[in-house]
Structures are given as C-alpha cells and as structure tokens.
Write a protein that binds this ligand. Structure first.
Ligand code: AMP
Ligand code: ZN
Length: 509
C-alpha cells in the first residue's frame, strides 16, 4: 500500500504476482514507472498482438484519468532468430529488414489510436546494458558460459523462480525442455542470456563484440536490461500478453532480482488472448488477421479498436466478423449522437432537466467506477451508452436542456479520452492501407467496394463537399448545365445528392 507522500490513486488493478486486485500507484510519488513488452518486428502484427497493446493503451489513459503521470517504456525486439533468418533470405542486414516492420507496427498503432509510450527502447541499441547485466549475473555466480561461447542463467540458484506463474520448480525436472534452445547447457531448464555468434549471424550484422565474447542477447535479458536501464531496479508495473507470463516474465524476474537483490516489478498486468473459434489467434495457427487485411476488406480502424476493447482485458475475446460489424454500427451511432448534441442549440430550460442531469451524473460516476474496478471496459461503455439512449430520447421529445447537453458532451469527452473513437479518421487509414497494398502488389486482396470508394479516381469527403458547394453556386447563377454535370459526375462515383430545405446532403451509395 502507498505510504507517506506517495500519491494514492483510485485505480485498482489485478496483480498477477500477488493474485489480488491492488491499487496502482507511483512509488516515487511522481510518475508510474511502467514497462511493456513490445513487438518482435519480423512481420506485420496480427490483431491478437494489438489486443494486448490496445488494453495497455487503456491502462495508460485510465491511469492518467486517475491523476497518475506516466513513464512508460516499450521495447522493440529487433534481433531474434526469425529476423535473422528472414533478413538473410531477403539479402538484407537485420537493421534494414526490421526497420520496415517497425515502421509498419507504428503505422498500425497509430491507425488503432494507440498512444506512443514515453520511451521506445530498441534491443540493438542497448547491447552494452545487456552485456553488463550478464556480467553482473556472472559475478553473482548466476550465469555461466558454455564451451561454444553462449551464456546461460542458472535457474536452480534463484529460489524465487516460478513465483509469478506459480509454477513449481521441483516439478520442472532436468531434462524437461521448457525453453527451446540449440546449445549445450548444464541443466535443461537453464535459459540463454547470450548466444554465441554463428558465421551467418556475423554476415547479417546480428552479432556484437562484447566482454562476453561475440554474440547476441537472448530475448529475456533484453527486457530486464532495458527496464532497469530506463526505469531503475524496481519498477511499478510490468505488462504483456498472457503468453509472456511464463517463461519470459518469470525469466525477467530471475535475471533482474538475482543481479539487484531488489524486487523487480511490483505489479504485473497480463492481457488475455484474442481467440478465433476458441483458439488463440497466432501466426503459427494460420488463423490470424492483420489490421491491414481487415481495412482492405472494408472494416474500419475505429470499429476494430472498439471491438477489441469491448471485453475487459482479463477475459479472452472471441473475434468474429459479425462482432466487427456490430462494433462498426456502435461507433457510427456514437458519432451521429455526438454530432447531433454538439451541433444543435438546446433550450435553457426543459421540464425533465433535473432528472436528466441526475441520470448523467450517475452515468459519469458509473463510468469512472467501472474503469477503476480493474479496467472494466464493458461496464464503463454500458454506463455511457445508457446515458446516451436517455439523452437521445429527451432530445427527440424536446426535453433536452442546454446544461444537460453540455454535461452529456463532457461525459462523451471523458469516455473518448479512453475509447478514442469519436474523431473520424477511418477513411485516412483505409486509404493508407490501400496505398500500401498497391506498393506491395497486394491489390487482389482488396474488396471491390474499397477500391471503388478509396482507389484511384475516388473522391475524398472534402472533394465532394467542394463539388457540392460549386453545384449550389452554379444553380444560384442559373448555370443549370454545370449543376447537372456535377450531379451526374458525383452519381457516377456513387455519391447521391439530396436537396432539402436545410441545403444539400450527400451520401455514398
Ligand atoms: P510478439 O510480437 O509475438 O512478441 O507479441 C507481441 C504481444 O502480443 C505480446 O505481448 C504477446 O503476448 C501478445 N499476443 C500474441 N498473440 C496474442 C493473442 N492472440 N491475443 C492477445 N495478445 C497476443
Ligand atoms: Zn519482454
């Protein structure tokens, strides 16, 4: 529990390490020192990967709403077996190869509205920190070098091994291979800290000369070394997907605590899987969608974000395209409602003013309480949707006052500081995905309606608005030929105009 000048916050979060729901706080009284395992940039991420980063994003946003400042570090694993293999196949250095997928990763993060952490730490730029942590472990008698030049962690000298995943070390017999590895070691469960360089790794610049001998870091040491370098020996919070709990996070704890003799991370946050037909979405299962796949099928980035956040992080979510369609409709309703309340003027008084204000206040309290209760995103969303339904009905019946409208908008803004779907940038993201598909020769993957609406020759919303305005001017000047020509041009591109007393409205068919 926080003491003294440590700031108390109301956000309660399940801690995998203690098995309990506990308050989240910054132990230095300033900022939450927070590390999240980032992607291995060997290919495009799938939306299962992004489910984890999306819930980490909600955690960031909710922590900020609770008054916490953040110092969030995320690593990029830009050296590993798959990167080395794929880079060699492409005739590139690992740097050239991984840069492309790192760029794609951040494009996808941006399209999904995921905030950037305060710091991005690339493995290849932090090799000295990793080598010196391994040297510290060697000095403690916790690391040893094998004949061919690799270094391993001696698990049986770390008594706390298994405390996060609650695995019984005695049950993990020697000879049981818990960590796939190709090198010699003393005990089967010992894991690699440093992998001796092979000739092809030197060729693809995937080896570093250090006091440990030429080689490259193991995956686990990367995260320990970078978390400690950027955030200190003891950090407030560590996050990742549920599959990382064992062995990755268990190994991080062992490495860090064996070197520093201090508790590594106080709070552990694990996001459960995104499933497809009951199975984990994974590259190896072949049951995955990337964000780009879905955008090119015509689904919107905002709907994907909203769907993946609809189930709280401690429950698995089953992904379906029907679910995505429902989510598209929910975002659409939200945006329509937001536009309606924001753009109209509402009377100062209404008969139902006080009861509506009370309902909005309750919705606001329910939203905050749900988030603070272990980030219950589904209840938080339901609390706000209840308010929106009541306000919409009041507006239909002429019962919405200006004050109630203002307070509804304040609640919507708070909602959107977490869910971030109100601003419509969907067309921009789909257009970017289409440009990518063109550049990568993947146009056969694009749904015809996406090509028609966003492909070459299609019109942006702003271009349509400009043509509609030009048509109105032409009509005012009695230039009916031009006005008709514009209507015809728009119709050919699937845009229907409706003349009404309020002016001209258009919609895509
Ligand atoms: P990777 O790039 O494979 O290391 O994965 C990046 C992140 O995505 C890790 O935190 C994984 O735990 C997480 N992850 C991988 N597959 C899934 C899935 N199906 N659902 C949720 N998170 C996942
Ligand atoms: Zn990690």
């Amino acid at each position: 529990m926080p003491r003294g000048n440590r700031r108390r916050v109301a956000l309660q979060l399940f801690n995998t390490l203690s098995g309990k729901i506990e308050p989240l706080f910054a132990s230095d009284g300033h900022a939450l020192r927070f590390y999240c395992c980032g992607p291995t940039v060997y290919d495009y991420g799938h939306i299962g990967n992004f489910r984890t980063f999306l819930h980490v994003d909600v955690l960031r946003r909710a922590a900020r709403l609770s008054g916490l400042a953040l110092h969030h570090v995320m690593n990029i694993t830009d050296v590993d077996d798959k990167i080395i293999r794929n880079a060699a196949a492409a005739g590139q250095s690992i740097g050239e190869y991984s840069a492309r997928f790192e760029r794609a990763f951040f494009e996808d993060m941006d399209a999904l509205g995921i905030e950037r952490p305060e710091e991005i730490a690339r493995a290849t730029q932090n090799i000295p920190a990793m080598a010196s942590l391994i040297e510290r472990l060697a000095a403690e008698g916790m690391a040893y070098k094998t004949e061919e030049g690799s270094w391993y962690f001696r698990i049986n000298r770390f008594p706390g091994y298994g405390k996060l995943s609650k695995k019984d070390l005695a049950g993990m017999e020697d000879g049981a291979r818990v960590d796939l590895d190709e090198y010699d070691k003393d005990a089967a469960r010992d894991f690699a800290l440093w992998k001796a360089a092979r000739p092809e790794e030197i060729a693809s610049q995937a080896a570093w000369d250090t006091a440990l001998g030429p080689g490259r870091p193991g995956w686990h040491i990367e995260c320990s070394a970078m978390a400690m370098k950027y955030l200190g020996d003891s950090i407030d919070l560590h996050a990742g997907g549920e599959d990382l709990m064992f062995p990755h996070h268990e190994n991080e704890i062992a490495q860090s605590e064996a070197a520093s003799h201090k508790p590594f991370a106080r709070h552990w946050f694990h996001v459960r899987f995104l499933l497809v037909e009951g199975r984990k979405m994974a590259k190896s299962e072949g049951n995955f969608f990337t964000l780009r796949d879905l955008l090119l099928k015509g689904y919107r980035a905002s709907a994907i974000r909203f769907l993946l956040l609809s189930v709280p992080y401690r429950h698995q979510i089953n992904f379906t395209l029907d679910g995505l369609t429902e989510s598209t409709n929910a975002v659409e309703r939200l945006r329509t409602f937001n536009g309606r309340i924001r753009n109209q003027t509402w009377p100062d008084e209404s008969p139902a003013k006080n009861s509506l204000l009370e309902l909005i206040r309750k919705g606001d309290a329910g939203f905050t309480a749900a988030l603070e209760d272990d980030l219950n995103t589904s209840e938080a969303r339901a609390a706000v949707f209840d308010v929106l339904r009541a306000v919409n009905t009041a507006a239909d019946q002429g019962n919405l006052s200006r004050l109630a409208a203002e307070q509804t908008l304040a609640l919507l803004d708070k909602f959107d500081s977490i869910f971030a779907v109100l601003e419509d940038r969907d067309a921009e993201h789909t257009r970017a995905a289409l440009a990518w598909a063109e550049a990568e020769n993947r146009l056969s993957q694009v749904a015809p309606e996406v090509l028609e609406r966003f492909g070459a020759g299609s019109l942006t919303d702003a271009e349509i608005d400009a043509l509609v305005a030009e048509r109105t001017r032409a009509k005012q000047q009695r230039n009916f030929a031009r006005a008709d020509a514009i209507r015809k041009e728009l119709l050919e591109k699937g845009i229907l105009l409706e003349d009404s007393r309020q002016g001209v409205r258009w919609k895509r068919t």
